[in-house]
Unconditional design. Structure first.
Length: 42
């Protein structure tokens, strides 16, 4: 039960982060580019 309760919000957050990454990849800001390439953000 606990696993299900945690999985649902995490799935939503994962989807949101993927959309944000896709949009931010088009940014010309070098900081954003480096932050997205950071292994911790994956």
């Amino acid at each position: 039960m606990v696993s299900h309760e945690l999985k649902t919000p995490l799935t939503s957050l994962t989807a949101l982060v993927q959309v944000l990454k896709a949009k931010l990849k088009k940014s010309e800001d070098p900081f954003i580019s480096r932050a997205l390439d950071n292994p911790i953000s994956r």
